[in-house]
Design a protein around this ligand. Structure first.
Ligand SMILES: *Cc1c(COP(=O)(O)O)cnc(C)c1O
Length: 405
């Protein structure tokens, strides 16, 4: 695989990390990882839909031997993913949770992991219900409090698992501060960067050791695939992850790799539009009497606005709101929306609305849900790239329609 990369990159212009470092992200998105296919010159990386590769003599494959171990379409994608986070290494997985799983498989039984208490629901479920059975201890804490985090680090703490902004309450944690605490104690810091996307937040530059994405969301961006990614600058971690990927087998198909490569070309411009729509819709919603709260990290009213501004270049398209009135009102509102579709997931070009309490966050333990504020009145909007006024008008009509109920 390395050999193939080298052969492809030999006389190409934009694929060494030195060259990419000097380019803006719009350019990186379009070019990174992708070089014309070396037999035909096809400008787009073909879908190498094959499970195996013919060998000239026993044990002497040309460049690849078996597609779980390596595939040219996946290699191109992994090169592109690493460039997005300014990382030396990138790995692509069959889902965000498969990526998370691979990271936990770096650990030995007996390890202690500190986790943001409002981590993505599926991450919490994987830790609590699956990996806790393998002798790994997960402690869920509020990572906004750096002193509390420092005090919770134990001698066997191997990982700090954080997310920023979080889902669905859009809390921000201090990535540089937490990474410093972890590295002083010899623990690795992982940042789930799904909500910010690599365009708006680059955790490796702030001291994190690993970045994880559900590429199902903004990176994929079209609600048509499930995927995950991990990026790191550590050769040691990358080699272990490469082995886990090969040994455990959670890779995505060549077709999905192709779709992701295609998606990444527009990631920077999509994020720009998500941000613009997010900013203008969040600001407008602040004036709606039917809402008791509008949560968006780009609003000065967000309790961590300053921190968000410091570590993010933009604020994406996720806005959480609280509605006046009970669950009946919320149900009426959600079913009255015409442009926003009522669905789980986020980060696609089309706008979605989600009710965390009954949809995405059902697996969060009920007492934690209450503590976090994931209550019946909370609605999470994923603002797409449609026209902001059309989206606002849709929210307005659904609020008015539900008021009469
Ligand atoms: C969706 C999501 C995941 C899980 O990713 P899948 O692709 O659904 O497996 C992890 N973290 C965050 C923040 C997510 O939104």
């Amino acid at each position: 695989m390395q050999e193939f990369d080298a052969a492809q990159k030999e006389d190409k212009k934009l694929n060494t990390s030195d060259q990419l470092m000097r380019l803006s992200q719009e350019t990186v998105c379009v070019h990174a990882g992708v070089v014309p296919e070396f037999v035909s010159g096809a400008i787009m990386t073909p879908i190498f839909q094959t499970s195996t590769y013919v060998q000239d003599s026993p044990g002497n494959p040309k460049l690849y031997d078996y597609a779980r171990a390596g595939n040219p379409t996946r290699d191109a994608l992994e090169g592109s993913l690493s460039a997005l986070e300014g990382a030396k290494f990138g790995l692509s997985y069959s889902s965000g949770l498969a990526a998370t799983q691979a990271i936990v498989q770096l650990l030995e039984p007996g390890a202690h992991v500190l986790v943001s208490e409002d981590v993505y629901g599926g991450t919490g479920r994987l830790f609590r219900l699956l990996f806790a059975r393998y002798g790994i201890t997960f402690e869920f804490i509020d990572m906004r409090d750096l002193a509390a985090v420092a005090a919770s680090v134990r001698n066997n703490t191997k990982l700090l698992w954080l997310e920023s902004p979080t889902n669905p309450l859009l809390r921000i944690v201090d990535i540089a501060g937490l990474s410093a605490i972890a590295s002083r104690r010899g623990a690795l810091t992982v940042v789930d960067n799904t909500f910010a996307s690599p365009i708006f937040q680059q955790p490796l530059a702030m001291g994190a050791d690993l970045v994880m994405h559900s590429s199902t969301k903004y990176i994929g961006g079209h609600s048509d695939l499930i995927g995950g990614a991990v990026m790191t600058n550590s050769t040691e971690v990358a080699e272990k992850l490469k082995f886990i990927q090969f040994a455990a087998g959670s890779v995505n198909s060549p077709f999905e790799c192709f779709l992701l490569l295609r998606s990444i070309k527009t990631l920077a411009i999509r994020m720009k539009k998500h941000h613009e729509n997010g900013m203008s819709i969040a600001a407008a919603l602040k004036d709606f009497d039917d809402l008791t709260e509008v949560i968006y990290p780009g609003l000065p009213s967000h309790p961590q606005f300053e921190l968000a501004r410091r570590q993010m270049k933009g604020f994406s398209g996720i806005i959480s709101i609280r509605l006046k009135g009970g669950m009946d009102r919320v149900r009426k509102f959600l079913t009255s929306l015409k442009i926003f579709a009522l669905a789980e997931s986020l980060g696609g070009v089309e706008s979605l609305a989600n009710h965390p309490e009954t949809m995405t966050h059902v697996s969060v333990p009920p007492d934690l849900r209450v503590k976090l504020g994931i209550s019946p009145d909370l609605v999470r909007l994923s603002v797409g790239i449609e026209d902001a006024n059309d989206l606002l008008q849709d929210i307005r009509q659904a609020l008015e329609g539900s008021r009469q109920a």
